[in-house]
Design a protein around this ligand. Structure first.
Ligand SMILES: [Fe+2]
Length: 340
């Protein structure tokens, strides 16, 4: 890791001149699933293969590609190997985020042997990037009397699991993050990648990180902060204080917005902007991949949806929050469905 980034003035100058403008792509939640020996769920394979092929066609090519976690569905070697093989066709350099479905079978051992550390930072063209492993939980739960590693993995992979435990970044990484951010000038844009949202949205589905407020506190001093996360399989954006939050969609399948899941209590943050929703019964409308442009020092995310109009969510300096710039007019929104 580099200890410092470019001097502040140079960063601003570079952005102003447009010389250092760059983009990166994000692909996430492939959930490669092994059904029996050597056979994988074809639809999940195709979603990831398509993202890789389309990302390779981008011109200019993105500077790097981030994989946002849940490459595997149940954390097996076969799934991780198969997913890694599909991703190996990508031309740009890759960065990896750990998802719970990669982790809870062998506690990340095989994933780490393929992709390296689960938390780290790097500097790129005047932007400080941080990758966190946000899907950890209590040691007691993790090492509880599960009987089998498969059972532990299944519980964490379920929605509405009665036995799951809330995700957290944890003390060790929070201390590391505080030290990592110490030398970074406050005006340098900071982009954080995590698998679960670093905000509390809906606990039943673990759209949640237990120590989110403590992470937000560490990011508070910076002028421009974007948190980009996977896990939720839908488009979400939000602003809390100085931090813009953006989810990315899955290549595997979309999930409905918790708010539309009317039987459930929700904890949608007050600041959440009303959004279009993916139809969970139209398998591919809410899947795809994204291209992130950092020309302004803030994430401007282009969602390439496989079976729906592309979406663009960018920071609006007038309102101080990310907004859907192409599709937010009420008359053009797809009406939400109610599920009873
Ligand atoms: Fe996940």
């Amino acid at each position: 890791m580099l200890a410092t980034v470019l001097p502040v003035t140079l960063v601003e100058l570079a952005f102003a001149k447009g010389e250092e403008n760059f983009s990166f792509a994000v692909i996430s939640d492939a959930h490669i699933q092994n059904v029996r020996s050597g056979e994988f769920v074809r639809s999940w394979d195709r979603g990831l293969i398509r993202a890789v092929a389309e990302t390779n066609l981008l011109n200019p090519a993105p500077d790097f590609v981030v994989f946002g976690g849940d490459l595997a569905h149940l954390g097996t070697k076969a799934e991780l190997d198969h997913g890694a093989q599909i991703l190996a066709a990508l031309h740009p350099k890759m960065r990896f985020v750990m998802g719970e479905c990669d982790y809870y079978l062998d506690l990340g051992e095989y994933w780490s042997s393929l992709f390296g550390p689960a938390w780290y930072s790097f500097d790129h063209k005047g932007v400080h990037f941080v990758v966190l492993n946000s899907i950890l939980t209590d040691e007691q739960w993790t090492h509880g009397p599960w009987g089998s590693d498969e059972l532990r993995m299944h519980e964490m992979a379920l929605l509405d699991s009665a036995h799951a435990s809330p995700f957290m970044v944890g003390e060790e990484q929070r201390a590391w993050l505080a030290a990592d951010l110490k030398g970074i000038p406050r005006s340098v844009p900071v982009v954080v990648f995590s698998h679960s949202p670093l905000q509390k949205i809906y606990r039943g589905w673990n759209f949640w990180t237990e120590d989110a407020e403590q992470i937000q506190e560490l990011l508070k001093p910076f002028d421009k902060v974007d948190v980009i996360y996977g896990h939720v399989h839908q488009i979400q954006y939000n602003q809390i204080g100085n931090i813009s939050f953006h989810s990315v969609v899955a290549t595997a399948w979309p999930l409905p917005y918790p708010q539309s899941y009317t039987q459930a209590q929700t904890y949608l943050p007050k600041l959440t902007v009303p959004m279009n929703r993916a139809d969970p019964f139209f398998e591919r409308d809410g899947t795809g991949w994204q291209l992130v442009n950092l020309a302004t020092g803030r994430a401007d995310i282009y969602y390439n949806l496989y079976n729906n109009a592309p979406r663009n969510v960018a920071f609006n300096p007038a309102t101080g929050r990310p907004e859907d710039t192409t599709y937010q007019a009420p008359e053009t929104r797809i009406a939400p469905q109610q599920h009873y």
